[in-house]
Design a protein. Structure first.
Length: 321
């Protein structure tokens, strides 16, 4: 096990192979189809085998209440400062891993500049396309209360999450300016990162300060959007970090529900990046019949069109694309 990020990718692959073999980790087969909405190729991934997820009683001692407190050494890829890098025990994407605080911190707390720097550094050690995400708060789709950021590899063919199709269309994007995309019917904010500054910065504290400033600027802007929208304040949100931008989506509901179809599905950050996961056939069928943007609006915070006015944010004018 490594104490830095050297050979991270090789270590992840080796650890993954051995954990899979020893059944310390489970990979679930999926099928994926895409659904185009306004030029975004949403990926509908169906993983029926997740319903057969091994039950702890069949596997010796029950799962501890906090599985990240004393992580299974078979899943521990590296220690990095205040963090453990841990393979996801139940994955539908090989090499999906978590950046977990060594000391217990709450998943309902915002990311700190140090969390963001560690995540950025880890993300940049992975040569395969990947994105990081954080499901913050009670109704954000998280299942573990111990602070963990996740890093998920993306298909080599697509390179970036499906939602990038909209990001790429923002004309004249400027690093540090906060944007909202008009065609998305739920509240969200995103900020392009200054990649030139980041790549030339040699001072970790400077990088930490920069990422913290971008994140808290985004959080302020999200709160302001909720206020102007006349929405109830929520501190549950989904955070997405790609190698180009950060995005925040506030949440008002954990589950997408269609009771008459027997659908009640937890939704997390991955969905707002364009990846939706179903387990039951009725979930997949209902999703295929539904407007994906309606699903996301239901669990996010729908934009109130009447109050959708130009908002001025602390750092920059909020640009509506
Ligand atoms: P979330 O559901 O967003 O809170 O993410 C928690 C992640 O931790 C899920 O992807 C789980 O599959 C994963 N997980 C659950 N138990 C363990 C464990 N004992 N070791 C490693 N990963 C785990």
């Amino acid at each position: 096990m490594s104490e830095n990020l050297e050979n991270l990718e090789t270590n992840i692959k080796e650890k993954y192979d051995s954990a899979l073999k020893s059944q310390d980790l489970y990979f679930f087969e999926t099928t994926t189809e895409s659904k185009d909405v306004n030029g975004v190729e949403f990926q509908l991934t169906h993983a029926p085998s997740l319903l057969l997820k091994p039950k702890p009683e069949g596997l010796g001692p029950p799962e501890p209440t906090d599985p990240f407190e004393n992580p299974n050494p078979a899943l521990l890829v590296a220690e990095y400062g205040e963090y453990n890098l841990l393979l996801n025990k139940f994955c539908v994407v090989p090499h999906h891993f978590l950046i977990v605080t060594k000391e217990f911190r709450k998943q309902s707390e915002p990311l700190l500049p140090s969390d963001l720097r560690a995540t950025w550094e880890v993300l940049n050690q992975v040569s395969q396309p990947a994105m990081a995400f954080y499901n913050c708060g009670d109704v954000s789709g998280s299942s573990q209360p111990h602070k963990h950021i996740q890093v998920v590899p993306l298909a080599k063919s697509t390179h970036s999450p499906p939602i990038n199709a909209l990001y790429d269309r923002i004309s004249g994007r400027k690093a540090g300016e906060i944007y909202t995309i008009e065609s998305l019917p739920y509240i969200h904010v995103l900020v392009p990162l200054d990649l030139n500054f980041i790549s030339t910065s040699t001072d970790p504290e400077e990088l930490e300060g920069y990422l913290g400033q971008m994140f808290f600027g985004l959080l302020d802007s999200m709160i302001q959007q909720l206020r102007v929208n006349g929405s109830r304040m929520t501190m549950s949100y989904n955070f997405i970090l790609t190698k180009q931008y950060m995005m925040l989506v506030p949440r008002q509901k954990e589950h997408w529900e269609v009771p008459e179809k027997g659908v009640r599905l937890s939704v997390n950050s991955m969905a707002f990046a364009g990846y939706l996961l179903t387990k039951k056939p009725e979930e997949l069928e209902t999703m295929k019949e539904s407007n994906i943007l309606d699903i996301l609006s239901e669990v996010g915070v729908p934009k109130n069109m009447e109050s959708s006015v130009h908002i001025v944010d602390h750092h920059s004018e909020l640009a509506i694309e």
